[in-house]
Ligand binder design. Structure first.
Ligand code: NAD
Length: 242
């Protein structure tokens, strides 16, 4: 049985990935930071559907807790075959409102968090016969979002991280790819009013918001044997937005 570690998996895109991978027979490690109740309820749901999983608390920005997370993957899952670096936060405000504390928090979670988990998990992933790293970036990392400078910068950096690491560890057989979602209906976007949502949908050729399962399906593809020659890519799951 293969093991997948999904960061920030108690809700949204991470939770959809957890359900999708568990349904495909993966032992699924549901990482959460603060939302214990939701992580446990997702874990119960997966188990009730016949899946195997555990929920593990860790703040991706905290190296010590990430170390514990990876040890538990080894102990309960026998290693890590697929890592999905999904945990992320955003900040909506002008650049002038992006004070150093906000900047540091975004970068530590969205970029250093990807580094922390990948660094701690890499040996396990290299030991897998089909190791995969999937980082969740964003269309805003390519396009640039007004009033989301720190978020856009962190997500662009994740794409650069992905491409560089893919080149470096390609010879080990591990693939490293990025998914760049467009507008996906999750709680992260709950703050947008109706007009803003209408505007982004208008600019999306498929004329609808994405579902977290659209992203989960792309992650399943990148984890599959069929994608074994795909690495260093940024796969847009954005309804044609870019
Ligand atoms: P979400 O807010 O519902 O989920 C984010 C998850 O990350 C939450 O469960 C949160 O608790 C977790 N998290 C945050 N900080 C963490 C930390 N320090 N340690 C561990 N977990 C942490 O949002 P979502 O839309 O499901 O976002 C998932 C990913 O997709 C994020 O990286 C986000 O930037 C990216 N993304 C989302 C959209 C979108 O439109 N929703 C678009 C592009 C990219």
């Amino acid at each position: 049985m293969k093991t997948v570690l999904i960061t920030g998996a108690s809700r949204g895109i991470g939770a959809a990935c957890a359900e999708a991978f568990a349904a495909k027979g993966y032992f699924t490690v549901i990482n959460y930071n603060r939302s214990e109740e939701r992580a446990l309820s997702l874990s119960e749901k997966i188990k009730a559907a016949g899946g195997k999983c555990i929920a593990v608390q860790a703040d991706v920005a905290d190296r010590e807790s990430v170390g514990r997370l990876v040890s538990l993957c080894r102990y309960h899952g026998g290693g890590i075959d697929v890592l999905i670096n999904n945990a992320g936060i955003d900040f909506y405000g002008t650049f002038e409102q992006t004070d150093p504390a906000v900047w540091d928090k975004i970068i530590q979670t969205n970029l250093t968090g990807v580094y922390n988990v990948t660094y701690a998990a890499l040996e396990e992933i290299k030991n897998s016969p089909c190791g995969r790293i999937i980082n969740v970036s964003s269309v805003w990392g390519t396009y640039g979002a007004s009033c989301e400078v720190a978020y856009s910068a962190s997500k662009a950096a994740v794409a650069g991280f992905t491409k560089a690491l893919a080149r470096e560890i390609g010879p080990s057989g591990v693939t490293v790819n990025c998914i760049a979602p467009g507008f996906i209906q999750t709680e992260m976007n709950a703050r947008f009013d109706e007009g803003a949502v209408r505007d982004v949908i208008y600019r999306t050729p498929l004329s609808r918001p994405g579902s977290p399962y659209d992203v989960a399906n792309a992650a399943l593809f990148l984890s599959s044997e069929e994608a074994s020659f795909v690495t260093g890519q940024v796969l847009g799951v954005d309804g044609g937005f870019i």
